[in-house]
Design a protein around this ligand. Structure first.
Ligand code: 4AD
Ligand code: MG
Length: 430
C-alpha cells in the first residue's frame, strides 16, 4: 500500500490524493465546511463546498466530530494564507469511526492533572506532537554524533545488583531469591567496556525513586552515558560541549516547524556557540552569594540556585570541582582532595543541570577506600574494583538527561511533557 502523507504534500499540488487520518477541528458555515485534518505527519485544512460535492459527501462531512477517523479524497491547492501552505479541496469523505463519546480534550484550557490523566489522548495535540518530534530529532542526533565520533554503543543492563548514584533513590525489585535494583545509570558498565572499545556510549531508560516533586525530576527517564579511555576531565568537557552544540544545531536546522508550534523564542538558543562558560564550584558559590543565595560552601546547589545562576548567563555553564562530600564515590580527587575532577553542565534560562560527568578514580586502593567511605557493600562492587586491577587507565565520562535537554530546547516549564508517558512520585498511569 502506498499511502500519501502530508509531509510529502508539496509534491502533489494540483493533484487528486487520498489522505488517512483524524479530524482535529471543524467548523461549518452553511454551505461550506472546514475540517482541520491531521495524519501524523502534519495538519491541513480540508474545504468542502456544498455545491461542488455530492449530497452524501456533504452530509458525511457535517456528521464528523473531534477525532473522527476518516479517509479524505481531494485536490491539493497551494494556499499561502494557511499555516501549512496548502489546502485540500475535498471531493469525498469516508468515515472510519465516529467517536463513541465526545472527545474529552477540547480547545478550552485544561488543568495539568486532567491532561496527564488523559495523556493517552493528550499526545494527539499539536503541541505534544511537536515536542515528541523534537525528542525524536534529539534521539537520532545522539546516535549520529557518537557514530561520527567513532564510539561503540554498549547496551547496559536495567536489572543491577548495586547502586551507581547513591542508595537513596534506588528502586528495589524482587529478583527470584535475591533483590535487584533498577539501573540509575549505565556508567559503571560502560567503564568495563572501555578496555575493550576505548570510546563507548549507551542510551536507555534509567530509574530513580525521586521522592520530591519538582519541575526537573521524573522517576523514569532516558540517559545517554558516555565513557572514554584516556580522557581527563577537560577532554570530557570538550566532548560534552561538542555533543550539546551538535544536538542544538540539529534541532534548530531540522525542527523549525515544531519549535514554532511550541512557541519557543529562538533568540536565546541561536546565541549559543562554543566555548561555553567554565567556572569552579567555589566560584559559582561566590557568584550565587552575589545573586542573593544563602548557599554555604560545601553544600550542593538547590534547584533555585541553578535557576538563578543560569538566568544570569546566556551560555551553558560547566561547573567543575565540586566538593567530594556531595558527589558520587567513583569521582577522582583533584589536587586539593576536598574537591573532585567533575563537572555539571547547567543550561541557560533557568533550566539548570542537564549533564553530570567526571574523571573516574582509576587507582584500586583509593577506589576501595571510597567504596568503604560511602558504606557501599564491597562484595557488590568487586567486579567494578576489578577494572582497576587489570590495565587501569585514566578515564572520564558523563551522562546527559534527555528530558532535561528537551525541556530546555522546547522552553517547557516542566519535564513531564517531554516524555510520552511520564512517571513521577504521584503518577504511574496511564
Ligand atoms: O548527574 P547524574 O546523576 O549523573 C549520573 O548518573 C552519572 N552516572 C553520569 C555519568 O557520569 N555517566 O545524572 C545525569 C543526568 C543529570 O544531569 C540530569 O540531566 C539527568 O541525568 N537526571 C534526571 N532527569 C530527569 N529526572 C531525574 N530524576 C533525573 N536525575 C538525573
Ligand atoms: Mg547530577
Amino acid at each position: 500500500m502506498n499511502n500519501i502523507y502530508l509531509s510529502q504534500i508539496k509534491n502533489f499540488v494540483g493533484e487528486q490524493i487520498e489522505l488517512k487520518g483524524w479530524i482535529y477541528n471543524f467548523r461549518s458555515s452553511g454551505s461550506i465546511i472546514f475540517l482541520q485534518f491531521r495524519d501524523g505527519t502534519g495538519v491541513i485544512q480540508g474545504v468542502i463546498i456544498k455545491k461542488e460535492v455530492s449530497e452524501e459527501t456533504f452530509l458525511k462531512a457535517k456528521g464528523v466530530g473531534l477525532e473522527t477517523s476518516v479517509i479524505l479524497t481531494g485536490k491539493v491547492k497551494a494556499e499561502p494564507r494557511s499555516s501549512s501552505g496548502y489546502e485540500l479541496l475535498v471531493t469525498k469523505i469516508e468515515i472510519i469511526q465516529i467517536p463513541k463519546e465526545d472527545y474529552p480534550i477540547s480547545k478550552k484550557e485544561h488543568g495539568p492533572d486532567f491532561l496527564l490523566d488523559n495523556r493517552h489522548l493528550w499526545l494527539r495535540s499539536q503541541r505534544q506532537w511537536a515536542i515528541q518530534k523534537i525528542r525524536d530529532q534529539l534521539i537520532h542526533g545522539i546516535y549520529d554524533f557518537y557514530r561520527t565520533e567513532g564510539f561503540t554503543k554498549i547496551d547496559t543492563p536495567i536489572f543491577t545488583p548495586n547502586a551507581c548514584e547513591g542508595t537513596t533513590t534506588l528502586f528495589e525489585v524482587p529478583y527470584f531469591e535475591e533483590k535487584a535494583y533498577l539501573s540509575q545509570s549505565g556508567q559503571l558498565y560502560l567503564e568495563a567496556a572501555i578496555a575493550s572499545f576505548a570510546k563507548v556510549y549507551d542510551f536507555s531508560p534509567v530509574f530513580r525513586a525521586e521522592k520530591s516533586k519538582t519541575r526537573r525530576h521524573l522517576t523514569e527517564f532516558w540517559m545517554n552515558n558516555s565513557e572514554m579511555a584516556f580522557y581527563d576531565w577537560q577532554d570530557n568537557i570538550h566532548l560534552q560541549e561538542k555533543l550539546v552544540q551538535y544536538l542544538l544545531d540539529q534541532v534548530l536546522a531540522n525542527c523549525q516547524e515544531e519549535l514554532k508550534i511550541v512557541g519557543r523564542n529562538l533568540e536565546p538558543l541561536k546565541k549559543i556557540k562554543p566555548p561555553y562558560i567554565q567556572m569552579t564550584y567555589s566560584e559559582a558559590v561566590k557568584e550565587l552569594h552575589g545573586l542573593g543565595s544563602d548557599i554555604k560552601e560545601g553544600e550542593d546547589f538547590g534547584n533555585d540556585d541553578e535557576t538563578i545562576l543560569t538566568k544570569t548567563h546566556e551560555k551553558p555553564i560547566f561547573v567543575t570541582h565540586y566538593p567530594k562530600e556531595i558527589k558520587a564515590f567513583y569521582m577522582k580527587e583533584s589536587d586539593d582532595p576536598k574537591y573532585v575532577l567533575c563537572n555539571d553542565l547547567l543550561v541557560p534560562e533557568g533550566y539548570g543541570e542537564m549533564i553530570g560527568g567526571s574523571q573516574r578514580e582509576d587507582n584500586y586502593d583509593k577506589l576501595l577506600q571510597r567504596v568503604k567511605d560511602h558504606k557501599l557493600n564491597i562484595e557488590d562492587f568487586s567486579w567494578y574494583l576489578d577494572l582497576r586491577k587489570y590495565g587501569s587507565v585514566p578515564h572520564s565520562g558523563f551522562g546527559l538527561g534527555l528530558e532535561r535537554m528537551i525541556a530546555w530546547v522546547c522552553g517547557l516549564p516542566h519535564v513531564r511533557e517531554t516524555i510520552p508517558f511520564p512517571r513521577t512520585i504521584y503518577r504511574l498511569k496511564p
